[in-house]
Design a protein around this ligand. Structure first.
Ligand code: FMN
Length: 192
């Protein structure tokens, strides 16, 4: 059974990126995946404190809600992230979760975590209000490097501009259809 970790990265409940992820999840379910939703806004945790513990041990020294997230990041076949654009990047809470993945980067380096990236994929769903060409550049670069750190191959992205008000994405059924297809296709790719 393909396991999808669906990371909902927005602080806004039922916002545009939530809806995009809901459609991605529907597609993945249709293709037969098992889905684990993860709402970053519901987690209580702090950012990386650069204590150096993971440099030696390959695990994080902090005891908080992310302790149960690490195994999901290590074991899911697909890790998808949906996120709004905040100041040309990811929202702080989501970025903090990503910073804490440094522990997995170190675990890999120490040989304590040996993922097979050829059998795992990551996917990014982004949304923002403006239409600048570079709007998603920073988010994508960070997400790419995060995926590399947790041992998943970059499976692609869907980023939509000029979507601002809560629910605005619902006026773009073509965008949501693309999210649905991406979820379905990615699971199908792993089943081949
Ligand atoms: C704190 C904050 C910062 C934002 N910064 C940007 C930005 O730099 N560029 C942009 O295009 N939209 C920006 N936005 C707009 C959001 O990306 C947009 O409303 C998006 O649709 C929200 O997605 P959500 O409903 O999933 O939270 C910002 C919104 C907030 C609340």
């Amino acid at each position: 059974m393909m396991r999808l970790l669906a990371i909902y990265g927005s602080p806004r409940v039922k916002g545009n990126s939530d809806t995009m992820m809901d459609f991605f999840v529907k597609g993945a379910l249709e293709a037969g995946a098992k889905v684990e939703p993860l709402y970053v806004r519901r987690l209580s945790f702090k950012g990386c404190i650069a204590c150096g513990h993971c440099d030696e041990k390959g695990v994080c020294s902090q005891k908080d809600d992310l302790n149960s997230v690490y195994p999901l990041l290590m074991e899911s076949d697909i890790v998808a992230i949906a996120s709004p654009n905040y100041f040309y990047h990811l929202p702080g809470q989501l970025k903090s979760l990503i910073d804490r993945a440094q522990a997995l980067f170190m675990a890999k380096k120490l040989g304590l975590f040996v993922p097979d990236a050829s059998k795992r994929y990551g996917f990014f769903l982004g949304v923002g209000a403006t239409k600048g060409k570079k709007l998603f550049d920073c988010s994508i670069l960070t997400v790419r490097y995060f995926f590399e750190a947790i041992g998943v191959s970059y499976g692609g992205e869907l980023c939509f501009r000029e979507i601002d008000e809560k629910g605005a994405i619902l006026s773009h059924p073509d965008y949501l259809e693309a999210c649905f297809s991406a979820g379905k296709t990615l699971v199908g790719k792993l089943l081949l």
